[in-house]
Design a protein around this ligand. Structure first.
Ligand code: PNS
Length: 158
């Protein structure tokens, strides 16, 4: 099914993100996981750390590559000549904003389509914000993040 972009801030990557990456990589020929700035959130992890974490967790998936872009998602997609964007949906609470972003992106560039991938129910409660909150108060995040990035995340909070 050609190429797709899975955009996000990945601050940090969670088991929920990895589940979407794995499942999408089985559907498309090539998947670009794109770290983009979310102007609504101040990042805790640097771009380099986020690139490194995503590289670690996807090292076994051949058709996935990791990139960073500063700017609009549609600009990145245009530059890469990719017209498919995949987003993960966890709950109805995600839907409103994701729907708005998808419509804005289509207004900005009607060539680019957004497809929503429904989360695995076992990760539906999970988010990067929850991971950071649990870690910052000394809670156990082992079940929430891929094992390859556990130490990198905990290093921020020790
Ligand atoms: O993982 P997140 O934080 O939910 O991802 C949101 C992200 C980074 C995909 C979104 O904020 C984004 O697309 N940022 C780039 C700027 C842009 O293109 N915004 C869309 C127009 S509303």
């Amino acid at each position: 099914m050609g190429m797709a972009i899975y955009p996000g801030s990945f601050d940090p990557v969670t088991k929920g993100h990895l589940d979407i990456i794995e499942r999408t990589s089985k559907i498309v020929d090539e998947l670009i996981v794109a770290i983009l700035e979310n102007p609504r959130k101040k990042a805790v992890f640097t771009i380099e750390e986020r690139l490194e974490m995503l590289r670690r967790v996807t090292s076994g998936i051949e058709n996935v590559r990791i990139e960073y872009f500063q700017g609009l998602l549609i600009e990145f997609a245009k530059r890469k000549k990719v017209n498919l964007v995949v987003k993960g949906l966890r709950a109805i609470s995600d839907f409103e904003f994701e729907f708005q972003m998808a419509l804005v992106n289509r207004k900005l560039d009607p060539q680019i389509e957004t497809l929503f991938m429904v989360t695995n129910s076992k990760y539906s409660y999970l988010s990067s914000s929850i991971v950071k909150e649990v870690a910052s108060f000394g809670g156990d995040i082992r079940d929430l993040v891929p094992p390859e990035v556990y130490d990198m995340i905990m290093a921020k909070y020790s």
